[in-house]
Design a protein around this ligand. Structure first.
Ligand SMILES: [Zn+2]
Length: 113
């Protein structure tokens, strides 16, 4: 496999931070950056895939057929923005054409209405 080179400018502070970390882990700056990029891409891709499968259809307002406001009995996370919604606060069930539901905070409900 032929390897490619990525060039990018970084601030002096970031360069020194990366360089210090590389020294700390007794590796080269290039190896440290390669490992960070590979790990970050894997994590980003995994998280993105999970979001895509579970929520993607919900982000299309056209799939939502209605909202139902209710009061939370326990804290929970908004399915869209991951904001913590506290017990006692209002939240919304968003119901899609497939008749499944997710919980949305007030802000996300207003954005998707
Ligand atoms: Zn939200």
């Amino acid at each position: 496999m032929k390897e490619k080179v990525i060039n990018t400018r970084v601030s002096k502070e970031l360069y020194e931070k990366i360089s210090d970390k590389a020294k700390k882990y007794r590796t080269t700056t290039a190896n440290l950056l390669r490992n960070i990029l590979e790990d970050s891409i894997d994590i980003y891709t995994d998280a993105s895939d999970l979001v895509d499968e579970k929520i993607k259809s919900w982000l299309s307002a056209s799939e939502i057929i209605g909202f139902q406001e209710f009061t939370l009995r326990a804290d929970c996370l908004c399915s869209n923005c991951k904001t913590n919604i506290l017990a006692g606060d209002s939240a919304y069930n968003a119901i899609n054409k497939g008749n499944s539901r997710i919980i949305l905070c007030t802000s996300c409900q207003q954005k998707l209405s």
